[in-house]
Write a protein that binds this ligand. Structure first.
Ligand SMILES: Cc1cc2nc3c(=O)[nH]c(=O)nc-3n(C[C@H](O)[C@H](O)[C@H](O)COP(=O)(O)O)c2cc1C
Length: 417
């Protein structure tokens, strides 16, 4: 007897082939999978593939005389524990949101009382369209859950948000919706693992929200005040957390490095924009990592047109304090949410880091002396001291990627306490 019955809806996008892997992983986890495809999905992959692998008729058109069940949309929809749509086109999302039932999959959605999980995939412009976002908001209000697409190179050769989330993560979320203790065979729970075994999935169930890079504070439409942050350390933490099974969202300021593939990225270049993006995303996070070098001050009045130099020998910029993201996150923290900060200092590093930790209510601070050779901005290596209520850990010269795992080990130790 299968543990869960899953209705897998497949729609007409380039990522349709990935639904095969989703189906295989669900079967491997002991689920009974029935597949429904839209007509357009069959342009990308054949129903026969699913039919051969599930040993069941794949319904595309319930009017088809070959369809063995004359009221399939009702029977199919009532015999499933979860309706999972992978990939979901902008079109099917729009139909679900508006109660349109003009094909088998959209009729099934209306006829079902099972929970629904949707994994969209589409070109960035389609994803960002107000219409698509409105439809998604509507569905969220209706109780539908989403596995949000991530940033990466898309089929249309552009880079942006819209790429289907990693299939393992989709399956993990589907199974978690049905039973939070249910695991894909072979994927370990964090309880079974010791920190330091970072090829393992010891951060499953965590959602990291990570700020990365510097910020740019406009003086006028051409000039800005910024700093040397490259984003390398924050991206390394994001990549490591993701590899260890966490969900990760990056809020990216100004960076010279590229984000790791397959992670959702929200762009927020000024301190104010970063503050707003973080506060909007914070509710979903279990761990907040403030790795961005956020400007402490910004021009009080950015000029709306380019400032001309003619006849001006000296110029005074009036600066005002920017909103303090870390302090605000700490103030709004929910039970169990961990708040991690970075301190880049040039002297009395550990002392200043401890002051920052106390003042901002951090659970852990990563302090680095940016004057040391091999540490700080725009290098691939770092040297740091990790400070938490469990004590201090020296991290000698190592790659930022290695250091990211060491930092995550310390986060995990805090979590276990
Ligand atoms: C080559 C090709 C790739 C497409 N990829 C996507 C996609 O990834 N996401 C999407 O929302 N629409 C995509 N479309 C557009 C959809 O196929 C189109 O909106 C269609 O009506 C969706 O039908 P369905 O939702 O019933 O499957 C693509 C179209 C073509 C021709």
């Amino acid at each position: 007897m299968s543990k869960y019955r899953i209705g897998l809806g497949v729609t007409g996008g380039i990522a349709a082939y990935k639904a095969i892997e989703v189906m295989r992983l669900l079967q491997k986890a002991g689920c009974d999978v029935s597949v429904a495809m839209t007509r357009h999905a069959t342009e990308f992959i054949q129903p026969l593939t699913f039919r051969a692998l599930t040993d069941k008729y794949v319904i595309v058109d319930d009017y088809d005389p070959e369809n063995p069940d004359p009221i399939a949309h009702v029977n199919f929809s009532q015999e499933i524990d979860l309706l999972l749509v992978v990939p979901a086109t902008a079109n099917i999302i729009a139909k679900f949101a508006n109660g349109i039932a003009d094909d088998f999959l959209s009729s099934t959605y209306l006829a079902s009382t099972a929970p629904v999980l949707i994994a969209p995939a589409m070109n960035t412009t389609m994803w960002e369209q107000p219409a698509t976002q409105r439809n998604i908001e509507q569905l969220k209000t209706d109780g539908v859950r989403f596995v949000e697409p991530v940033a990466g190179e898309l089929a249309c050769k552009t880079v942006g948000t819209g790429k289907l989330e990693d299939v393992e993560n989709i399956v993990r979320q589907a199974l978690a919706m049905l039973d939070s203790t249910f695991q894909i065979p072979g994927s370990e729970t964090r309880e079974n693992l010791e920190p330091g075994t970072w090829n393992n999935k010891d951060l499953i169930g965590e959602h990291f929200l990570i700020t990365v890079g510097g910020t740019r504070e406009a003086i006028d439409p051409v000039r800005f005040i910024s700093n040397h942050s490259s984003g390398k350390m924050g991206f390394a933490v994001a990549e490591a957390a993701r590899k260890r099974g966490a969900e990760v969202t990056i809020v990216r300021g100004s960076t010279t490095a590229n984000p790791p593939e397959g992670i959702r990225v929200i762009d927020a270049v000024s301190a104010r924009a970063m503050f707003d993006a973080v506060m909007a995303e914070l509710g979903k996070a279990t761990v907040f990592v403030g790795a961005a070098a956020v400007a402490d001050y910004a021009p009080a009045h950015a000029a709306s047109t380019k400032i001309k130099k003619d006849g001006i020998e000296t110029m005074t910029l009036e600066l005002k304090k920017t909103p303090d993201i870390l302090s605000e996150v700490s103030k709004r923290r929910k039970d169990g949410q961990l708040v991690i900060g970075f301190a880049a200092e040039t002297n009395d590093v550990v002392t200043y880091a401890k002051i920052k930790m106390g003042k901002k209510g951090l659970d852990l601070v990563v302090a680095n002396d940016i004057t040391k050779q091999g540490a700080g901005f725009n290098t691939d290596t770092n040297i740091a001291t990790v400070i938490s209520r469990l004590g201090e850990t020296e991290l000698p010269l190592m790659s930022k990627r290695e250091m990211a795992d060491k930092i995550l080990d310390e986060v995990l130790k805090l979590r276990k306490k």
